[in-house]
Design a binder for this molecule. Structure first.
Ligand SMILES: Nc1ncnc2c1ncn2[C@@H]1O[C@H](COP(=O)(O)OP(=O)(O)OP(=O)(O)O)[C@@H](O)[C@H]1O
Length: 293
């Protein structure tokens, strides 16, 4: 008993709870979000394989340390700096993508108001929404594969240049015609800007996300790839199943109905949503409150 009392006296009486302020709580929250995002990033990219490799190497070095294998330890200590640089070079595309995504996050644009050039103007008309939905489900019925990228704030010029320039008013007939098998324009993606199809047969970056099912081929990977690199909304019609999916923000939403597709298109149709977000952040406008009453 005396021993326990001595222990408490010696170590525990000096213990005191640190003061936790608001800044500490905010810091903890930021770190939690950061760690979570890094874990997600590791899981969804090749970094997961790398992490496994590092664990195996770590175990190997630990064994070398336990058994005093000095030459192995010396080699490990000399190569560690080179290994770090090699990892940065190997993961350059993933790191670039992660930084690009960070820049695209809505909270940044909401606070700093980047990319506001197109705000306040309608992106495309109701007619365009209806024509896209009509064409997509007609192609879905007959299992015609299609890949339609709808541009938002981030300009898709880089991808537009990989295809054949069109600049044609969008209509359901034109969409169906473009994706008709064995026609010169059916391969690859089309890019929609406003009410116009600007380019066809465009080549999109392929996603290397591990979360995509093995049954999905390159058309779906390309849709997710462009949604990781930009803020576009991409519609995919599967040639195999006729199912319609959309890719946005690096996510693939599979097998959606016409109503859902229409809702997504309407939600990006114009920037009134962004204005609402701004108002939420700065407090809601008076007239909006009155309208709610
Ligand atoms: N990087 C790319 N950019 C644009 N289009 C692409 C790209 N890769 C493939 N495609 C399009 O996808 C077609 C191949 O689709 P694939 O069968 O591999 O995909 P999938 O996801 O299984 O779709 P589906 O269900 O329609 O078969 C190509 O003919 C081409 O039109």
């Amino acid at each position: 008993m005396n021993n326990i009392m001595d222990f408490i006296d010696k170590y525990l009486t000096r213990l005191s709870l640190p003061k936790v302020g608001v800044t500490d709580l905010v810091e903890i929250a930021i770190l939690a979000v950061l760690v979570y995002q890094i874990m997600l990033w590791i899981k969804n990219t090749r970094a997961w394989m790398l992490l496994k490799g590092i664990v195996v190497l770590g175990v190997f070095i630990l064994l070398a340390y336990i058994f005093n294998m000095n030459t192995i330890l010396w080699i490990a200590s000399k190569t560690i700096n080179v290994a770090i640089i090699a990892v940065v070079i190997v993961f350059q595309p993933e790191l670039r993508k992660a930084l690009e995504q960070l820049g695209r996050r809505n909270f940044l644009s909401a606070i700093f108001a980047f990319d506001n050039s197109k705000e306040g103007t309608e992106r495309f008309s109701d007619r365009t929404v209806n024509e896209i939905v009509k064409a997509v489900y007609e192609m879905s019925k007959v299992k015609t594969g299609a890949l339609i990228v709808v541009e938002q704030n981030i300009m898709l010029n880089e991808y537009e240049r990989t295809g054949i320039q069109l600049d044609s008013l969008l209509s359901s007939q034109l969409l169906i015609n473009i994706f008709e098998h064995n026609t010169p324009l059916h391969d690859g993606a089309i890019i929609v800007r406003g009410n116009r199809i600007v380019s066809a047969t465009c080549y999109l970056p392929l996603s290397d996300s591990m979360s995509l099912g093995k049954e999905l081929g390159t058309r779906h990977r390309a849709a997710v790839g462009i949604s990781e690199a930009t803020d576009s909304l991409t519609i995919v019609v599967s040639e195999e199943t006729g199912k319609v999916s959309i890719a946005i923000g690096g996510e693939l939403i599979r097998n959606i109905e016409a109503e859902v597709l229409k809702k997504y298109l309407v939600s990006i149709q114009n920037k009134s949503m962004d204005f609402k977000r701004f108002r939420l952040w700065r407090g809601r406008a008076k007239n909006e409150k009155n309208a709610d009453k």
